[in-house]
Ligand binder design. Structure first.
Ligand SMILES: Nc1ncnc2c1ncn2[C@@H]1O[C@H](COP(=O)(O)OP(=O)(O)OP(=O)(O)O)[C@@H](O)[C@H]1O
Ligand SMILES: [Mg+2]
Length: 169
């Protein structure tokens, strides 16, 4: 049997990381950790005020996520982290070299529509533009898969499971 994956669910705000992450984890029979929960309080305050984080805010957050992922090495796990830039993913891999990325991709209009319906969340819709401007998709040498987020959460999860399985073979 192959070693269970440690999956980092990545993508822009509103793409469905928090929705798909737990479904994927349940499907794989592994724990899920919410990337947002690893933010220091100062980061949450900044985002609540509509101020984008800068990279110095992100390093401790990414290190904490990477440490969780490393702790799941060989056991399997799913954690969300937008991981928009290659350097953020490099930082995560520095802690968790075996991590694979699941990039949830979708067109701007669909994601904006879903975000507009979302309530009680600290990420204002206005940050979506900067999210897309910052996004650097997975590169050839990065272990991972990209999955489109059209359809229901269950459909997306099945798509992700199938893509991750193909990654194994
Ligand atoms: N497949 C889907 N169909 C319909 N609505 C969805 C789908 N996936 C997610 N949503 C809804 O879209 C909104 C954004 O999803 P979610 O919060 O999971 O995104 P996220 O990537 O975790 O965002 P953030 O980066 O801001 O944490 C939520 O209100 C969620 O319920
Ligand atoms: Mg989320």
């Amino acid at each position: 049997m192959s070693t269970p994956h440690v999956v980092v669910v990545m993508g822009v705000a509103g793409t469905g990381k928090t929705t798909i992450g737990p479904l994927l984890a349940a499907e794989l029979g592994v724990p899920y950790a919410e990337g947002d929960d690893f933010h220091p309080a100062a980061n949450i305050a900044k985002m609540s005020a509509g101020t984008p984080l800068d990279d110095s805010d992100r390093w401790p957050w990414l290190d904490a996520i990477g440490q969780w992922a490393h702790g799941r090495a060989g056991l399997g796990g799913v954690v969300s982290s937008s991981a928009l830039k290659r350097v953020y993913r490099d930082r995560l891999r520095a802690e968790a070299p075996g991590a694979v990325f699941l990039h949830l991709t979708g067109d701007r209009a669909l994601i904006e529509e879903r975000m507009a319906e979302r309530k009680g969340h600290f990420m204002p819709t206005a940050l979506l533009d900067s999210q897309f401007a910052t996004l650097q998709p997975l590169q050839e040498d990065e272990a991972g898969v990209s999955v489109d987020v059209s359809g229901t959460p269950e459909e997306i999860t099945q798509r992700a499971v199938a893509a991750l399985r193909r990654l194994e073979s």
